[in-house]
Design a protein around this ligand. Structure first.
Ligand code: ASP
Length: 440
């Protein structure tokens, strides 16, 4: 049995937490490979090491040298090493790292040093080898992960090593430069390592006891989700449930490796188990979870006989492509079509240009733009098996006095997406939660 354990920023925040990690790893001999994040916040208002390193990259860009921000990073690691009483030459490592950041002069390199240093220290504490991800996690020339190569390199490196620590968050691009994943990307590294060694389980240790059925900032103490399918997870995390990086499932899904979300601060809690749909237990629940995000823009088009006009959507999409705008959904009717786009993609005059060009490209009878839309995704495989779920959903929203501006039922029947005005977002989530979870 092999488990790969990834520990997030809060679990790595200080020396006491490093000891918690050691205890967790020692409690189960199958916890063989450990992937670490950079130290996160110790208290609210504290700064994450990664954020300090992005500031360091700016300092180097402006003045050629590391400054106060790096000193703060150094202080974090000094105090961790001191708290743990480790005999490593942390001063030497920190000085070398500062030189390397100045020499490489890249933002990704600077940002990656949090995981690098955290991994070195963790390996020292656990008395196991440290793997610098730069040597094993490779990106192709198009910027995507080169999975096959990375799995092979990692497998080779870990062969014969009963235990090891791997730095999360980064790898190396086709030109030999350090490249990071997007923020929170150590989750992806954990999944890659799990896949490479053919783990039986990928444990993702964080500071919450798994997924909750909805955002606890909106509903007080929502129910936990004991199990999820990869697909449900993808929908929920894409739509804002921020427990796991939304790309972390791909490497493990291909190999049917389940993921368990665990809480470093409450290791006895079950957490959430994420499994392939085929091994998924519906638990007889129609809705698994609710997630959502604010600030979408809907570009609504109406044109008589649109259904018979070949290439209509194509021409609109060409405009979006030209401006490199990605869309989230395209709900459509016989003579209508709406393009739902994250409003952040349309700032700086892009929206106006897109509107003008769509108008020229397809001459719609009506083109209107609705901004300030929040999307709420109601997710669950169980929905397709039960009659009346949509009726209950819309009835609950109507009872809450909310006007639905848009509906999109994913073609997978795994989710129903409802668009409401931003101001009605919280109220809608509460109403939906009450409807499907109050009696559980
Ligand atoms: N340290 C990185 C971040 O703050 C990556 C991670 O923690 O997964 O985004």
């Amino acid at each position: 049995m092999i488990k790969v354990c990834k520990f997030g920023g809060t679990s790595m925040a200080d020396g006491t937490n490093y000891l918690r990690v050691r205890e967790i790893v020692a409690a189960d001999p199958s916890r063989r490979y450990v992937v670490v994040s950079a130290p996160g916040k110790r208290y609210s208002g504290d700064r994450k090491v990664t954020d300090l390193l992005y500031e360091t990259a700016r300092d180097v860009k402006e003045g050629g040298h590391v400054r106060d921000a790096y000193e703060k990073v150094a202080e974090r690691f000094r105090s961790i090493v001191h708290e743990l009483g480790l005999a490593m030459d942390i001063e030497g490592v920190l000085a070398e790292t500062a030189d390397a950041i100045e020499h490489e002069g890249s933002e990704d390199f600077a940002a990656s040093r949090g995981e690098y240093l955290a991994g070195l220290v963790m390996a020292e504490l656990l008395h196991v080898p440290f793997l610098d991800a730069r040597l094993y996690i490779k990106f192709s020339a198009d910027g995507r992960l080169d999975g096959a190569r990375s799995y092979a390199l990692l497998r080779e490196a870990l062969k014969g090593k009963p235990c090891a620590v791997v730095a999360g968050f980064y790898g190396e691009d086709a030109e030999g430069r350090v490249k990071t994943f997007s923020r929170g990307g150590s989750d992806v590294t954990g999944a890659i390592v799990a896949r490479a060694v053919g783990a039986d389980l990928y444990e993702n240790w964080t500071d919450v006891s798994g997924f909750l059925a909805c955002d606890p900032r909106i509903v007080a103490s929502p129910a936990g989700i004991p199990s999820l399918s990869y697909k449900e997870l993808r929908e929920l995390s894409y739509m804002g449930a921020n427990v796991l990086h939304s790309e972390a499932i791909f490497p493990v899904r291909e190999a049917d490796i389940p993921i368990r979300i665990k809480n470093t601060f409450r290791p006895e809690d079950e957490g959430t188990l994420i499994v392939p749909t085929s091994k998924y237990d519906f638990l007889n629940r129609p809705v698994t979870g609710i997630a959502g995000k604010k600030d979408f823009t809907v570009i609504f088009l109406e044109k008589s006989l649109m259904n018979a006009e070949i290439g209509f959507a194509y021409r609109v999409l060409e405009v979006l492509l030209r401006h490199r705008v990605s869309f989230e959904h395209i709900p459509s009717g016989i003579d209508t079509m709406s393009f739902v786009v994250d409003s952040a993609e349309l700032t700086g005059g892009i929206l106006e240009q897109v509107e003008r060009e769509i108008d020229e490209a397809v001459h719609p009878d009506r083109l209107s733009v609705i901004t300030g839309i929040a999307l709420i995704a109601v997710v669950g495989h169980g929905m397709s098996r039960k009659i009346g779920i949509a009726a209950r959903l819309f009835d609950a929203i109507a009872r809450a006095g909310v006007n639905v501006r848009m509906i999109d039922q994913g073609s997978s029947e795994l989710n129903i997406i409802v668009g409401v005005e931003n101001a009605q977002y919280e109220r809608t989530v509460r109403a939906v939660y009450e409807e499907f979870f109050k009696d559980r």
